[in-house]
Design a protein around this ligand. Sequence first.
Ligand SMILES: Nc1ncnc2c1ncn2[C@@H]1O[C@H](COP(=O)(O)OP(=O)(O)OP(=O)(O)O)[C@@H](O)[C@H]1O
Ligand SMILES: [Mg+2]
Length: 296
Amino acid sequence: MTWFDSAADAGKRLADAGYLADQATATTTFLAGALEKPLLVEGPAGVGKTELAKAIARATGAELVRLQCYEGLDEARALYEWNYKKQLLFIQAAEVTSKESEERAEPQRDWATDIFTEEFLLTRPLLTAIRRAEPTVLLIDEVDKTDVEVEGLLLEVLSDFQVTIPELGTMAAVRRPLVVLTSNATRELSEAVRRRCLYLHIDYPDADREHAIVTSQVPDIEDTLVRQIVETVARLRALELRKSPSIAESVDWARTLVSLGTGTLDAATIDATLGVVLKHSSDLDRAVRELRLRQG
Ligand SMILES: Nc1ncnc2c1ncn2[C@@H]1O[C@H](COP(=O)(O)OP(=O)(O)OP(=O)(O)O)[C@@H](O)[C@H]1O
Ligand SMILES: [Mg+2]
């Protein structure tokens, strides 16, 4: 399957799916599909890394399979595990049957070989994505949160698109999923992972794109109000706070102001609603001080 015909096609279809991509994002997305290479997306919180994977799935009609990474994630949660409970029940039932056949002096069956079959396999996101015959976007979200061992596992899967289960053999991808890995860079990923991926850094959008994103998600908002929000958020980002406001916060702020029936973003309104945008008291204090200073 061709995922996208060109960079322009990727940009357009992502936009139709509600994701406004810049040139670099559209181009890299197109290439990830065309070259069948995993796409590693890095950038600050809330700039649309996870949403990009979801939008690719919506735009192409593919199913999204998501592996959410966290500290302590292991193979059993990422790849597959055996359904021990079901195996145990099966063995208990088998014991009863085998006692009966023993009494009748019938030949014994080796039950152990019966419990390591498909029926007892619990597939987790990586294996699920590899085995799907239909178009699939595999989102490996927040990969920097996992331990290094899981990276080794990912490498194996991302280089061969196959998984070996000792009891069942090797399962190769019927159809390669489009893989998107996201990271906030809280930990450096290994060179080996980077080498296998196309790389995309997403940063805060420029004013025009943020304006368009806010307008698309909050359609009944006044244009001047959007401009004020985008300008104020840009100034807040320049303050290098503990947690800079992301696109999600701009959108939340827009929704808040619309539901309050506010037409303009004056000092009093900022004061009353800044908690929608900033989530640390030190950030709030600083922002109130600096914004007031500049407004005179
Ligand atoms: N280009 C975009 N077009 C439309 N909406 C966007 C875009 N980028 C971000 N958004 C909006 O911002 C929200 C936050 O994006 P997302 O959850 O993808 O951020 P993230 O980069 O994955 O953040 P985190 O690092 O915290 O996981 C999305 O739900 C979406 O509404
Ligand atoms: Mg995310």
